[in-house]
Design a protein around this ligand. Structure first.
Ligand code: LHQ
Length: 261
């Protein structure tokens, strides 16, 4: 499929979606939101995709909503409707897709762009990149899952401080807070992420998908319910070819070859 605002590339079972409106730090217009959603659906369906990487072209990751579009909005456009149509399905799909998703945060991530990064399973950040909550900077409440993910990742008070003050969060501070897994020099970020993505892409994709489902679900379950859910998912994992391969490889003292089946 030909996209206008994003680049999509699949190699070695890793699909990379690059937001490609660099002149506005990859801020979202409606077209980009629709294309990101379409690309996510495709990556979810495509068995050649066993790990997904999201990144931005140029010096930004994603500056959230394009504010020129917001300013030009015709009278009567409902933010609620806009969110239900654009960001909500993107954020939700990132979380429900049973494949590992990595945010390669090459530059500034703000507003819905911050939400996009937070919704990924893993975040790796360039040393020069920064986060900015941004919503409070333009008199808005949080959206794109930021009110959900931030307190879960870093606790209520730190999330509140970051959101209400709207101060930028530099990469090292983000690492210290636990907002990202690692910070890499700008020049090596892509290669470092590639190494991690390759390990995930050659892993037991179905088991990784199930562990993603279990960990996400755990936030709404009691311990007994979580144990029960684990048993249910293990029944599924136990029937996969990758499980049989993993056991055989261990006993034969060789490296397993997982096919994602
Ligand atoms: C931009 C933008 C931008 C347009 C930088 N738009 N041009 C959606 C809709 C409905 C309801 C509510 O919620 C939402 C979701 C949202 O995301 S709302 C939040 C929207 N985002 C923001 O408010 C973030 C605004 N941007 C920033 O705070 C900064 O630009 C960041 C922190 C991203 C980067 O800072 P710097 O590295 O200092 O870059 P800069 O500010 O100089 O920006 C570079 C260029 O990009 C500049 O244009 P220019 O022509 O001067 O080079 C900016 O105007 C443009 N740009 N963000 N969101």
């Amino acid at each position: 499929m030909a996209y206008q605002t994003i680049l999509v590339d699949t190699q070695d079972n890793i699909t990379t979606i690059t937001l490609n409106r660099p002149e506005v730090l990859n801020a979202f217009n409606n077209e980009m939101a629709a294309e990101v959603l379409a690309a996510l659906k495709q990556a979810e369906r495509d068995s050649a995709t066993r790990c997904l990487v999201l990144t931005g072209a140029g010096r930004g990751f994603c500056a959230g909503q394009d504010l020129e579009v917001l300013r030009a909005r015709p009278e009567g456009v409902s933010f609620r409707e806009h969110l239900l149509r654009t960001y909500n399905p993107i954020i939700s799909r990132l979380r429900t897709m049973e494949k590992p998703v990595i945010a390669q945060i090459n530059g500034a991530a703000a507003g819905a762009g911050f939400g996009l990064a937070l919704a990924c399973d893993l975040r790796y950040m360039a040393a020069s990149a920064k986060f900015r909550f941004a919503f409070s900077g333009i008199g808005l409440a949080p959206d794109s899952g930021t009110s959900y993910f931030l307190p879960r990742l870093i606790g209520y008070a730190r999330a509140f401080e970051l959101a209400a003050t709207n101060l930028p969060v530099a990469a090292n501070a983000a690492l210290e807070l636990g907002l990202v897994e690692s910070v890499f020099p700008d020049e090596t970020l892509a290669a470092e992420v590639r190494t991690i993505a390759a390990r995930l892409a050659h892993g037991p994709t179905r088991a990784i998908g199930l562990l993603k489902r279990a960990m996400n679900k755990s936030f709404e379950l009691s311990l007994d319910e979580a144990l029960d859910y684990e048993a249910h998912l293990q029944e599924i994992a136990g029937q996969t070819a990758d499980h049989h391969e993993g056991v055989a490889a261990f006993l034969e003292k060789r490296t397993p070859v997982f096919l994602g089946k």
